[in-house]
Design a protein. Structure first.
Length: 143
């Protein structure tokens, strides 16, 4: 079983964040520049929300709001699910599937230490399975 900690050691623990009072335009611009689908909304060192491209599409664009005049606070998901570094990727995948979310901030001892996406989990799980298959094939061949 691969843990979140192991994934972050490979992927890295950079987390892009934004303040709750920042405009949605600033958030979307940052997501585009960083090629990411979500930002953690931070008030100082506290995780207070998460904002995603989906939030923008559903809560700004489809409602005819202006992204430059709407704050992240107004559209962010404030009931943020977080995971500890000890959780397995299988547990994260199950949680993301059940709750229909794509990103999980990682909090260790009250401090934001990373973020995992459904894509990160799938990539790591597939990579591990490919490694196991290669090892088994090598064993079967007597190598």
């Amino acid at each position: 079983m691969i843990t979140v900690r192991e994934l972050l050691e490979t992927k890295g623990s950079v987390v892009w964040s934004i303040a709750p009072g920042a405009s949605v335009f600033e958030a979307v611009k940052m997501m585009a520049e960083k090629s990411i689908g979500a930002l953690v909304v931070m008030d100082g060192s506290d995780v207070v929300g998460i904002i995603s491209e989906r939030d923008y599409a559903r809560k700004v664009m489809l409602k005819g709001r202006e992204s430059k005049n709407t704050s992240c606070r107004d559209i962010m998901t404030s009931d943020v699910l977080v995971v500890s570094p000890e959780r397995t990727l299988d547990e994260c995948m199950a949680l993301m599937t059940e709750k229909r979310i794509r990103h999980l901030p990682v909090v260790d001892d009250g401090r934001l230490t990373g973020i995992v996406s459904v894509g990160d989990c799938v990539k790591a799980i597939v990579s591990k399975q490919e490694f196991i298959i290669a090892q088994l094939e090598n064993y079967i061949r007597g190598g």
